[in-house]
Design a protein around this ligand. Structure first.
Ligand SMILES: [Zn+2]
Length: 169
């Protein structure tokens, strides 16, 4: 494993440091804020923070998803432990079913967040796609000197709009 012991993992404010990393602060910012060498922050981020936080760089939304996912996963671990307990002890069947439901809904949420569970195929309305709208605008603009053509094209496109074609990705 790592030859250099991680100074961050043993710190009492480790959670705050993980949060700062998860919020997308740079290694240097985190290091300065907590008085740690940024190389130590880098090693900790690479080796010890939850996978989602360490690998999903960029937008805050994505980072938030990472922390929510990490929390959900720890909730799932708890639910699983409860389930084992419920199955071992003389918990009523009803009680066991309750716990099974909790575990299942946790799993379901995790699968949704990680994209493992895709409930419906993504559909794209081509008529509303920004790429198409700009193509259409350019087309109309180019046809301005030719009013007859412009009218014909606009009419034809208007007819298409009434029954939008949907593409399944
Ligand atoms: Zn660490």
């Amino acid at each position: 494993m790592n030859k250099i012991p991680c100074i961050i993992c043993s710190r009492p404010d480790r959670e705050a440091i993980d949060h700062a990393i998860a919020r997308g602060q740079s290694l240097r910012e985190v290091g300065n804020r907590f008085g740690i060498q940024h190389t130590a922050v880098f090693r900790h981020k690479r080796d010890h923070t939850p996978h989602e936080i360490a690998t999903l760089g960029g937008a805050h939304k994505v980072q938030d998803r990472g922390t929510a996912l990490a929390r959900l996963e720890s909730l799932y671990t708890t639910a699983e432990k409860l389930l084992k307990k419920a199955l071992k002890n003389d918990t009523s069947v009803n009680g066991q079913v309750q716990v099974v439901k909790e575990v299942r809904s946790c799993l379901e949420l995790i699968a949704k967040m990680t994209g493992e569970l895709n409930e419906r195929p993504q559909t794209v309305n081509l008529m509303l796609a920004p790429e198409w709208l700009s193509v259409r605008a350019a087309l109309f603009e180019a046809l301005i000197p030719y009013p007859n053509a412009l009218e014909a094209v606009a009419g034809r496109l208007g007819a298409l709009k009434d029954k939008p074609k949907e593409l399944v990705r």
